[in-house]
Design a protein around this ligand. Sequence first.
Ligand code: UGA
Length: 446
Amino acid sequence: LKDCAVKIAVVGTGYVGLVTGTCLAESGNDVICVDNNEKKVQTLNEGRLPIYEPGLLELVQRNRKEARLSFTTDLQSAVRQSRLTFIAVGTPQSDDGDADLSAVWAVAKAIALALKDVPPGPPGSRVVVVKSTVPVGTNARVAQILAENGCPHVDAASNPEFLKEGAAIDDFMKPDRVVVGVRKPEVAEALRELYTPFLRTERPFLAMTPESSEMTKYVANAMLATKISFINEMANLCDKLSADINDVRRGIGHDQRIGFQFLFPGPGYGGSCFPKDIRAILGMGRKVGQPLGMMQAVDDVNEAQKQVLFQKVRAHFGDDLKGKTVAVWGLAFKPRTDDVREAPALVLIDSLLAHGAAVRVHDPEAMENVRATYGDKLIYCDQPYGTLEGADALAIVTEWQHFRTPDFEVMRRLLRTPVIFDGRNIYDQKVMDQFGFTYYAIGRGK
Ligand code: UGA
């Protein structure tokens, strides 16, 4: 066992907290992860994960074994031992669309109460770092909560996280940049030291005010979501004008000002970040009287896009789907995750069920999460081919790698009618023609 004091507490063991804590332990720090969900903590203490994220389990197990990483429900003790306390709790969308910050406020207060009788040190010696995605002004309020609850000597800092689910470890270990929002150079220095092991390859460490740092996170996600809604709108126009968005993408992407990244049309973006963050930025604009027409359009286009696959199903089969069976491949909002929050697949499934279709589903990781909501309304198949038995069509919603090169001969044999609705444009029209499929994709002319 290590004999030096634990230096970091991470409050919240969701995606961001768990990845942050684990990767900081991996770089040699002593990390205690805190969660108020006892079951989650117990699962983690048994060396298992409450979520699926490639590579994370191995890292958690190794760092636990080497005593750099532990899990507890005891916030007070974890915070008192730590120089840096990260807040990585959820900021879900509330009913009015704004981010619900109640967990952030509660944790900030609990941290203050834990530290209020600890003798003050020099600036930067105790820092509360907000990693959750939070509206501009949240850090200022956290600093105020700390001060009001006996901790004017504890600093607050912003440090947004830019990781992608499914590639979270790599994103944390090799960030494009690290952004921190601070008011004192000593706090910037403490955070720079922490991130130095991850910034070997000339990746910048960018210190700015907490307001700019908080804003950076939203602007990054707003830009990415805008790219997706833009290409989806263009794809829908391609459909009507018999153009192929795949060719158009190639045609524009070589212009380096445009590029190829994040311009894949699909069934709309989902997940726990983009939909929530776009609505939160809209809320921020509303509050200060700044209209954000473009962000509203990004959200509207995305809501409509989640219906596009179903519209194609309806155009093919008609309104009444009673007696029809549709197979769905891919339920998670994207590959390499089991996360189904705001997943386009669920919107398609709801529409199919509402119009009387039977639905047979498969996803390599997300089946249990879907079963928790849909119970026996769906038929769950362990293998992708199993969904096709007696189905009238296949809809592909998530582009898991092994869906890309299936045995088309077997697929055609299993399907009652050979119809594919491809929400991710993963097949070639020529191959589809060769195997005799009726093939609908996104933005490729029909
Ligand atoms: C997103 C951002 O990419 C991260 O940089 C950010 O840190 C994270 O949100 C966050 O705020 O925490 P994530 O939600 O994990 O990450 O997933 P993405 O890979 O960005 O995909 C989001 C959605 O956009 C998926 O539904 C995906 O299918 C869709 N998408 C993505 C497209 O439809 N087309 C594309 O070209 C790219």
